[in-house]
Design a protein around this ligand. Sequence first.
Ligand SMILES: Cc1ncc(COP(=O)(O)O)c(C=O)c1O
Length: 444
Amino acid sequence: MSALDAKLAAALSSREQRQIRRRLPDPTSSSDSSSLIDFSTNDYLSFSSSPMLRDRFLSVLSEAPDILGSGGSRLLVNGQAHNQLEARLAHFFGSPTALLFNSGFDANAGFFACIPQQGDVVVYDEYIHASVHDGVRASRAKNAQFSFSHNCIISLRKLLLRLIDERPSLVDGTCSLFLAVESLYSMDGTFAPLAEIVELFDQYFPRGNAHLVVDEAHATGIYGPQGRGRVAQLGLEDKVLARLHTFGKALAATGAVLLTNILIRDYLLNYARPLIYTTSLSNANIIAASCSFDMLENGLAHKLANDLFGLVAHFHEILRPRLASIPQDLLALPFHLQHPLQGNSSGLLSPIIPIMTSQPRPLSAYLLNLGMNARPITWPTVPKGKDRVRVCLHAGNTRQDVEMLAEGMLNWAESVLLEAKQKRKAKLRHQVNGAFTVLLESKL
Ligand SMILES: Cc1ncc(COP(=O)(O)O)c(C=O)c1O
């Protein structure tokens, strides 16, 4: 074995031992190729199986002048379809400009790697997506990257006050602060307190040198007027420097759009490496994304989002009361769903429902056996001690699906408890038998 092979194999086997080795799921267990009920994908509105969207896509595709490839980087080949979609999205989202990226990952990595300048500070929620971490790490804001506790305004305020105290350039406005949040967090289903953050900025940065960047990856299509996201829902468009909407989740396409001002767009075109040094989205991709936006504009997304929220409410109604009798480490809702009014400032329903358990893999395997696909999520994707099965509900799920899921999880927990009880009994019997034998022997 070469030195490289030995080192790579050792790292993988260490992950294996710690039960965190990643593997591609069995393709037969993915919802598109089998009859499994989908509680896993980010296809929140079930657009991927929408006959209306499919018909629209095929019809536009068959009429389009260009469908295959895109010919190169946007900097070399700037296709009509790409420009038209950008213009349309800038208008749809009420933004000065829009810039397409091949993925949400590229957009975050590109933005955060090049927009913060020397002397600037980047602050982010501790649960922010890996793509923001990658971007910030590559940025010029070296040794000026700080996280605050998830969704905690008190923690954020404390951090901002400390930074203001330590860095006069943030007070005199010669340097900038960037704050990265997700409007809906993908692993927790929690909502960023956007309005409160804007208030803090107005209070502490009256010179306007604090900039909010909102990743709407998981909120796109579901929240706000015509699915335009949480920023639009709260009317905060003018308070946000950049918004990211991805096409790969509820929109069942691929790619992303960054909504921002003209100067930043121009700067990204010059400096964002994941935009410059890559082939742009194919024309077919652009058509797919564009057809999904048709579904936002024609009201289909709104109707499906309402169906989805009905299912989420139903799931909570049947699950919550029955969890009371089950030990928390076996099966529990996270704090914000146990105490919706305290834990979640917005009171909104989220299709992402983490089911906290110390045994995510056995629970997921049990559900799979019953024909349901809900994925286990462990460290390093989530913090240590916060293992879970991540349940994603979809507009296309039925009430019966959701009831079967709740029942399946509760039955699993009861079977684990029963097994533990039987083991304890057997151990006790063994100990009693042993003591009895010793007693008998001492009498002989
Ligand atoms: C919050 C968030 N931002 C960005 C991304 C990346 O988006 P994309 O899948 O388009 O690369 C994801 C996807 O995992 C995400 O969850």
